[in-house]
Design a protein around this ligand. Structure first.
Ligand code: FNR
Length: 189
């Protein structure tokens, strides 16, 4: 069966460019991976008091979905030179329990996009730093930032072929980084 990829968008906006990129990427790689988007809409604000053995439902679902995925794809807008609060909040939840988080050790491909010229490069750097602190395995790739994104999305689809090819190459790197258990591994466990 195909590797399972879980995609997170840092934007809740209905017409989000980041969401559109993830949807287009999912279709573009459908022959080699099953990519589904986990909506962050219902994830509450992080509260350590609520971070118990029975966390909020959306948080438990997010952690389980990350755990069940072979790899993670994250797309974020840049808000005031950082990743969106929506995404940072979800990553804070996903980073716990410390040392046992399902995100720790997980291969992750990150991208940012923005109508601006530098495509959210500052948010991209910050996002990768946060993932490093969680011990996720961020895929090494020349910075996957998409500038002038408003000119590259038509009807909710990424139509700029060069950008799509570049991002698909990032997914290919992610897939190459996924070590799936072999039949022999499964027998041994
Ligand atoms: C922005 N935007 C923005 N863009 C950018 O390149 N650098 C930035 O620092 C910011 N800051 C910022 C702050 C806030 C609060 C908002 C709402 C927007 C513009 C942003 O890139 C644009 O709205 C994107 O379209 C958001 O991504 P989605 O929703 O299309 O995925």
């Amino acid at each position: 069966s195909s590797p399972v990829l879980l995609a997170l968008s840092g934007s809740l906006r209905r017409g989000s460019y980041n969401g559109a990129i993830l949807a287009t990427l999912g279709e573009a790689v459908a022959d080699k991976a099953a990519l589904t988007i986990f909506p962050l809409t219902d994830v509450p604000l992080y509260d350590q008091d609520a971070d118990t053995d029975t966390p909020p439902e959306a948080v438990a679902a997010l952690r389980a979905a990350i755990g069940a995925a072979d790899g993670i794809v994250i797309a974020s807008p840049e808000y005031n030179h950082g990743m969106s609060g929506v995404l940072k909040n979800a990553l804070d939840w996903a980073s716990r329990p410390h040392g046992k988080a399902t995100l720790t050790g997980k291969p992750v491909f990150t991208l940012t996009s923005s109508p601006g010229a530098v495509g959210g490069a500052r948010a991209h750097a910050q996002l990768n730093e946060t993932l490093a602190s969680i011990g996720a395995r961020v895929v090494l790739r020349p910075q996957a930032v998409v500038g002038a994104v408003h000119e590259k999305i038509v009807d909710g689809r990424l139509t700029d072929q060069r950008t799509l090819d570049f991002l698909v190459a990032g997914i290919d790197d992610l897939l190459a980084d996924i070590v799936r258990p072999t039949a022999a591994d499964r027998e041994a466990s």
